[in-house]
Each structure stands twice: as structure tokens, then as C-alpha cells.
Design a protein around this ligand. Structure first.
Ligand SMILES: O=C(O)CCC(=O)C(=O)O
Length: 344
């Protein structure tokens, strides 16, 4: 009898965690419920879990004006004297992976390439949650994601992640209505993410609350509340203000991820498809990972009350100072290129 050699091959179980769909709402519903304003003393929105505000940014000038062409034009106009604006890109997985030198590249040609890519119609079935599966879900139904989708990605997509565009172009700040997001007094800071389809931001959590604003394109988010940390393999790798995970969602099927994969399968998460014009509230310390489905322009808006600046903000600043003095997690970080850098 001849046995097929393939029968003995171990096929890793990459069905991963169970998910349910995120709560979707509107500003009107949130204001009517009072959840968005918080209390008189603490203007933190009273959300104990992630919430997706559908179309919540459609009145923002940025939603109406910002396109890849518009941003490319801003960059070219600023440097009409022929100089080229370059900035530091991320090559591969964001917030995780092996620390490596990050290349400096010219911005305008990159934006032009994204403008062209954004014209291609998206394949709605090629996703972590394919359209047909999403449409067939009953309310509250649990489901697994299609992790094989990640294996179709080209390695090391260039990603203009966490670019402080508003420092380069302060006038663009007028295009945001940040007060809509954060009622009351709050220290806020913003980061722009510009990139093609199939960029991956690895699993991590941040110490502040975040209003994540999608201005162009579509991103798929997976989110896990802090009580799921035991299954999410927190990493010792240092990243300012964040806790990273050793789970690499882009390599879940590999033998190197066997331990993390087994833990990850026990987690219970939320799935959000975040489309242009949507605002996603990510409560502090909520684990999340992001896969772009289409070329995207996104803005992460972090916000801290005075009390949070004194606690979480001060702790992050002290840790950062110690890190730079080589006294805290030196050699394992996302900020310095080091021969010691390794997985996790
Ligand atoms: O959009 C992305 O790729 C990452 C966003 C993110 O992780 C954040 O805003 O905290």
C-alpha cells in the first residue's frame, strides 16, 4: 500500500480567536444617550468597549478634501523650489517585527502611486472577513477570520505610518473638527497613516484612548479588551506608550508561532470594518491589529485628560528617558536599530 506523504504533514490550526462584530452607532445616537459627553468632571467618553461611529466624519473638511492627489499637491507646492520632501517609512510590519533601519523616501511620488492604486476596484471577497461571510452573519453570531488572506500579501509593503504631517503642514489642521471627538479639555496629538492595500499593523495596545479616523480607503481591525491579555502573549519589546504582542498575525501559520497561535485561539475579540468617513473609538489598553483592505488615509487622534497626563503620560516619559539611557529594555525596541534586536 502506498501512503500519501501529505497525510502525515501537520496542518496548523489557524482558525484563530472567535470574533463578534463591533457595536456600530452614529453621533446622534451617542449624543442622545449622553455616552459621548462623559460626566461633568471627566469628559472621557463613557464607552467601556470599542465603538464604530459610521459616517461620523462625513462633515469634516478633511473627509471632503483629502485625497492622495491633494496631499501629493500639498507636498509639491511646499517644495516648488525643486527640493524633495523625504521622510522615514516603515518597511514591513508596524509596531512589531525585527527592528531594522527605516528607509527615507520621497513623499510625493509615493502618494502619486497610492492615488493610482486607489482607482482599482477592491475585491471584497479577498479579506479577513469576506463580504459574503459578513452578509450571512446573524446579529451577535460568533465567527472566525480567514487568516489565509494574510499569506497572499507581498512582503514588506512600504508604509508611511505615524507621520507627523500636521507638524510639516500645520494649515491642514483646520480640516479636522477634533472637538467633535473630544469634548472638554484634553491634550490631543495626531498621527497620519498613509499606505497601500495590505499594510499590517501588528497586535498592540496603547495607554491613551484613541479616536481612529478613516478618511480614505478601508481597514479591517481586530480588537480585544484588556481582559484578554492572558491569551495575547504580551511582549517585552519596548515601544513608546504601547505594549506589543509576540503574536505575529502575518505569520500565524508558521511553526515559530505555534505557542502564540495556541494561546491566540483562546481569545475572544471584536471585528470592525472601518470605511472612509468612519470614526472608531479604541479605549485605552484595548489590543488591536490593523490590516488595510484598500489604499488608505487614516488619522489616529490620541487624547489625555489632565489626570491621565499625570499618570500614564508621566510613566511613558520616565520609561522613555530610562530607555534612552540604556536602562530600560535596551536592545529590544521599535525605535533603535540594534544587533541585539530579535523577535518579540
Ligand atoms: O492604521 C494603522 O495601520 C494602525 C493604527 C493604530 O494602530 C493606532 O491608531 O493605534
Amino acid at each position: 500500500m502506498i501512503c500519501s506523504p501529505f497525510k502525515t504533514m501537520a496542518v496548523p490550526n489557524t482558525s484563530g480567536p472567535e470574533f463578534t462584530l463591533i457595536e456600530e452607532t452614529t453621533w446622534e445616537a451617542l449624543r442622545a444617550s449622553g455616552r459621548h459627553q462623559g460626566t461633568a468632571h471627566n469628559h472621557t467618553p463613557l464607552f467601556d468597549r470599542p465603538v464604530l461611529v459610521k459616517g461620523g466624519l462625513s462633515h469634516w473638511p478633511a473627509y471632503q478634501r483629502w485625497s492622495f492627489e491633494h496631499l501629493a499637491q500639498c507636498v509639491r507646492t511646499r517644495h516648488a523650489d525643486g527640493r524633495t520632501l523625504t521622510t522615514q517609512f516603515t518597511d514591513g510590519l508596524v509596531e512589531q517585527g525585527i527592528t531594522q533601519g527605516r528607509p527615507y523616501l520621497p513623499v510625493a511620488p509615493y502618494l502619486q502611486t497610492l492615488a493610482e492604486a486607489a482607482l482599482a476596484p477592491p475585491d471584497l471577497e479577498a479579506a479577513l472577513l469576506p463580504l459574503s461571510q459578513r452578509q450571512a452573519l446573524a446579529p451577535g453570531e460568533r465567527f472566525h477570520l480567514n487568516w489565509a488572506h494574510m499569506q497572499t500579501f507581498e512582503a514588506n509593503r512600504m508604509y508611511l505610518a505615524q507621520w507627523d504631517i500636521l507638524r510639516e503642514f500645520p494649515a491642514l489642521r483646520q480640516d479636522f473638527n477634533l472637538k467633535d471627538l473630544w469634548p472638554g479639555r484634553r491634550l490631543t496629538w495626531e498621527f497620519i497613516f498613509l499606505g497601500p492595500a495590505h499594510t499590517v499593523t501588528g497586535l498592540h495596545n496603547d495607554f491613551p484612548h484613541n479616536w481612529f479616523c478613516q478618511l480614505r480607503g478601508v481597514k479591517e481591525f481586530i480588537l480585544f479588551p484588556p481582559d484578554q491579555s492572558a491569551h495575547l502573549s504580551p511582549s517585552q519589546k519596548y515601544d513608546w506608550g504601547a505594549t506589543l504582542s509576540d503574536i505575529n498575525i502575518a505569520q500565524l501559520h508558521t511553526p515559530e508561532q505555534a505557542t502564540e497561535r495556541a494561546q491566540f485561539a483562546k481569545a475572544k475579540g471584536l471585528y470592525a470594518r472601518v470605511e472612509a468617513g468612519d470614526a472608531l473609538f479604541i479605549p485605552k489598553r484595548t489590543w488591536h491589529a490593523v490590516v488595510s483592505h484598500q489604499p488608505s488615509i487614516s488619522l489616529g487622534v490620541f487624547g489625555l485628560t489632565a489626570g491621565e497626563v499625570m499618570t500614564g503620560g508621566a510613566l511613558a516619559t520616565v520609561q522613555d528617558a530610562l530607555h534612552r539611557l540604556h536602562m530600560y529594555r535596551w536592545g529590544r525596541c521599535t525605535c533603535h536599530k540594534s544587533a541585539l534586536s530579535s523577535r518579540g
